[in-house]
Design a protein around this ligand. Structure first.
Ligand code: C5P
Length: 399
């Protein structure tokens, strides 16, 4: 998701993880958000307001009595302009003050006066996190409707190991994007395939393709952000599993087929994004084939099962979406594929510059015809495709 029309306040409190907040501000701006930073006085001992001012491109607020606000109402005015406030790091002391409704500095006052959602990314020593007082405060903050992100487990700045480490800036960004995405797929179970498959020839060689897995992974993330429970059956790719997504790693088309068929009956939506090899090698050599034994090895191929068509043919089939990458005649080939596989929707793209890039051109084909999406990054296309899926699902459920 891009955060283009979003206004986000980042609150920074006093803890060594404040340095990670600088990276968070940078990432939020890169994603298009307008970011304003409000710091506690303690936070300024770790990172200076100048750093945040440079990264956010906006004046930083620390002092409750800031003369820049002509009406002395910074605490009200700031939060009124915001879609979301994120406090990162949130120290144990700050959470205690917040849980008790204190208004003893600008940030605390602003949070008490806010009318927008609030997320906290706690950061503290593991013993402080486990202390009954902190447990009580966190429970109270959750009960007050405040979102708590993390904390993570691991090595801490103090040298101890345990829970209390602030999430990394990328992880907080991911949570913010998820939080701000409309929950169009709430309660839905989405199953996807992504990436290439690898069909072994011998112990070290195989047949594969150049699918990067980017589109499938972008769709898995977008579905998670839209509130779905997501399972991603993935061929070999270079990415780690998206946060909150259950990933099943497979290699061959047969493994992908088995992993999907074991889960398809429980899915509400199935999206086949993987570039599944059409054929596999009939007899895989146990050892590496040697060049000096008997000339060119004959490789006999067998047809792989069509996973998407099989899922679509299930008695209570999920809503099925396919992909069609074509080098020409896109509309005719894609619509033909949609009808042949008996699926309601197929996303077609013309392969111009090969597989694997960040951007894409997609045209959606359904029973009503063609719906071109504006060219853009795969993250945006993924969101738009899911919006179309949600609409068609809603129409189907209404009938
Ligand atoms: O038949 P074709 O490979 O052109 O169709 C592409 C669509 O079908 C994609 O959605 C792909 O994930 C899916 N597919 C599949 N199993 C196959 C071949 C393709 O699920 N064996």
């Amino acid at each position: 998701m891009e955060l283009h029309d979003k206004s986000i306040i980042v609150g920074v409190t006093g803890g060594i993880a404040a340095y990670k907040a600088a990276e968070l501000v940078r990432l939020l701006r890169k994603a298009g958000a307008v970011v304003r930073v409000a710091m506690t006085e303690a936070a300024t001992h770790f990172v200076t307001p100048t750093t945040f001012q440079a990264l956010s491109g906006q004046a930083v607020f620390v002092d409750q009595w800031d003369a820049r606000m002509p009406n002395a109402m910074a605490h009200i005015d700031l939060s009124r302009q915001a879609d979301l406030i994120v406090v990162a790091p949130a120290s144990a002391d700050f959470m205690a003050r917040l849980a008790h409704g204190m208004a003893d500095d600008l940030l605390a006052t602003m949070l008490l006066a806010r009318d927008c959602p609030l997320l906290l990314a706690p950061a503290m020593n593991r013993q402080m996190w486990e202390n009954p007082a902190t447990r009580r405060n966190v429970a109270q903050l959750r009960a007050d409707g405040i979102g708590i992100l993390g904390p993570a487990c691991g090595e801490q700045a103090c040298g101890e190991v345990g829970a209390g480490r602030m999430l990394e800036a990328e992880e907080i960004l991911e949570e913010i994007e998820a939080f701000l995405t409309p929950k169009l797929l709430a309660g839905k179970r989405v199953l996807l395939t992504a990436g290439p498959t690898f069909e072994a020839i011998d112990a070290v060689r195989g047949i594969t393709n150049l699918s990067s897995g980017r589109m499938g992974y972008a769709l898995a993330r977008a579905a998670r952000h839209a509130g779905a429970e997501v399972t991603l059956v993935s061929g070999p790719v270079a990415f780690s599993a998206p946060a909150g997504v259950d990933r099943v790693e497979v290699r061959s088309a047969l493994e992908m087929h088995a992993a999907v068929m074991a889960r398809a009956a429980d899915a509400d939506i199935f999206i086949g994004v993987a570039a599944v090899a059409d054929y596999r090698v009939a007899k895989v050599a146990e050892h590496k084939l040697k060049k000096d034994h008997g000339g060119v090895p004959p490789i006999r191929l067998l047809e792989n099962p069509d996973i998407l068509a099989e899922v679509a043919a299930l008695p209570r089939a999920p809503f099925c979406v396919g992909f069609a990458a074509e080098s020409r005649n896109l509309e005719a080939y894609a619509q033909n594929k949609r009808v042949k596989k008996k699926i309601p929707l197929i996303a077609g793209n013309l392969i111009q510059d090969g597989f694997g890039g960040d951007a894409n051109c997609l045209i959606l084909f359904d029973a009503a015809g063609a719906h071109p999406l504006p060219p853009g990054p795969k993250t945006r296309l993924a969101r738009q495709l899911l919006e179309h899926v949600a609409q068609l699902c809603a129409a189907r459920d209404a009938n």
